[in-house]
Design a protein around this ligand. Structure first.
Ligand code: URA
Length: 237
């Protein structure tokens, strides 16, 4: 591929900014400065920008610490509604989509990517990907409520014969709950079913990736290579 394409995708620069960086002599290939953006390079070429090695990736992956008050949508927002994609630079927001949804008042780990296959796997009920949320609720959970949530509760889902389909077993550990499903308002409905109401919900882990607690609400960063591996299963990046 062309060097300017390699640099723009792996450093997430626009093609024009990548071409400028190359023309200014900020890019090396195999240790030599190259000023020609049209140069053909292999996907595994040793390319560096300002001395920092770039790894070619077909896709981009990032995490956001979602703030409360924002909806998880790309374009179906009503006028005046704040949308998580507004918190990303416009050129990044145009490229990626959120992996699953969090309610407007839910905070915490939200992934974005343009890797449709891995995103689909992460949210598909078939793959039982774990999501962990820290919660507060009122009234506090009793041992009996914890036991019921752990086994599975009736949140109003019905099968073809009208029989109740209970939620899959959840793991409750202190003030966190881990589920493998992702039904609409699932945790709120689960707590409601046992006689408690969620008063705050923050996703702290998804697909083995932990929320980076150094990110303030609304901040984001690219995933590390290890996190990308967890998300893609080592397949796509
Ligand atoms: N469960 C909920 O009820 N809301 C969320 O945002 C996520 C899980």
């Amino acid at each position: 591929m062309r060097l300017d394409k390699f640099v723009s995708s792996s450093a997430n620069l626009t093609r024009r900014d990548a071409a400028r960086a190359i023309a200014k002599g900020r890019v090396t290939v195999g240790g030599d400065t190259v000023r020609d953006g049209a140069l053909k390079v292999a996907e595994d070429a040793e390319v560096a920008l300002d001395g920092v090695t770039l790894t070619f990736s077909r896709y981009i992956y990032l995490m956001m610490n979602k703030p409360s008050g924002y909806i998880t949508a790309t374009e179906d927002a009503r006028p005046g509604e704040r949308v998580v994609s507004e918190l990303l630079p416009p050129e990044t927001a145009r490229r990626v989509f959120p992996v699953g949804r969090l309610d407007r008042d839910t905070t915490g780990l939200l992934l974005f990517t343009d890797d449709g296959a891995s995103a689909h796997r992460a949210i598909s009920p078939k793959h039982h990907v774990e999501k962990t949320y820290r919660f507060t609720c009122t009234p506090p959970l009793t041992e009996e409520m914890r036991g019921a949530l752990a086994v599975g509760v009736d949140i109003g889902e019905r099968d073809g014969k009208g029989e109740a389909v209970l939620t899959a077993p959840a793991v409750i550990d202190g003030d966190t709950i881990t589920i493998t499903e992702g039904k609409f308002h699932q945790i709120k409905r689960m707590f409601h079913a046992v006689g408690s109401e969620i008063t705050s919900l923050c996703r702290v882990r998804f697909a083995g990736i932990e929320l980076d607690t150094t990110l303030a609400p609304g901040e984001w960063r690219y995933l590390t290579p290890e996190e990308i591996n967890l998300f893609t299963g080592g397949g796509n990046a």
